[in-house]
Design a binder for this molecule. Structure first.
Ligand SMILES: CC(C)(COP(=O)(O)OP(=O)(O)OC[C@H]1O[C@@H](n2cnc3c(N)ncnc32)[C@H](O)[C@@H]1OP(=O)(O)O)[C@@H](O)C(=O)NCCC(=O)NCCS
Length: 158
């Protein structure tokens, strides 16, 4: 299992992965913003994926992560999107993806992510996952597209 930089050939599989989590995240396949974000991340080399059985671009994905590195207008590094295909969960895919982006952060740095609020039962996996990865719950964030609560999680890279 290894992390790869996604290519345009991975778009179709990425959309399949997104379709699996739409009920949780809200509309993505019907939103221009999601396609733009995916293509922008592929273009700048910050869309990371793990392909099933280490296959070539275009194979199904076990997981994907969009990463926004720190820059002048946002000094924190952000995980913008993270999903693991249902049948691949609890196999360490998300851990691998997050460890990969943590390794890209120039220390000292901060990585933040907006995840589900405490009141969303389906978001518990994500909250527990980020806590296991050393992130701490921080301020509330604006509600997601489906209207559910969101919270910032943050960790430092000393
Ligand atoms: C949250 C999510 C990304 C975790 O992906 P994953 O590949 O299954 O996570 P990993 O296997 O790398 O888990 C690493 C550790 O996190 C914790 N963890 C992960 N999922 C968990 C769950 N459902 N319940 C409790 N702990 C969990 C465990 O400590 C796990 O280690 P272990 O399996 O050795 O006990 C995945 O459940 C998912 O895609 N959920 C739907 C989309 C989502 O919520 N994305 C994040 C939004 S910001």
């Amino acid at each position: 299992m290894r992390v790869e930089i996604a290519t345009y050939r991975d778009v179709r599989s990425w959309l399949d992965l997104a379709a699996e989590v739409e009920s949780l995240f809200g509309d993505m396949l019907g939103s221009a913003g999601f396609y733009q974000a995916l293509l922008n991340n592929i273009a700048r080399g910050t869309a990371f994926c793990v392909r099933e059985y280490g296959g070539p671009p275009g194979e199904p994905l076990t997981g994907g992560l969009l990463f926004s590195p720190a820059r002048l207008d946002h000094p924190e590094n952000h995980i913008r999107w993270l999903s693991v295909a249902e049948r691949w969960r609890r196999h360490g895919v998300a851990r691998l993806l997050v460890e990969h982006v943590l390794s890209l952060v120039q220390p000292p740095g901060v990585v933040s992510v907006v995840t589900f609020g405490e009141d969303i039962p389906a978001g518990r996996a994500a909250r527990t996952f980020y806590e296991r990865m050393g992130f701490q719950p921080a301020e509330p964030a604006p509600p997601g597209p489906e209207g559910g609560s969101r919270q910032v999680y943050r960790r430092s890279v000393p």
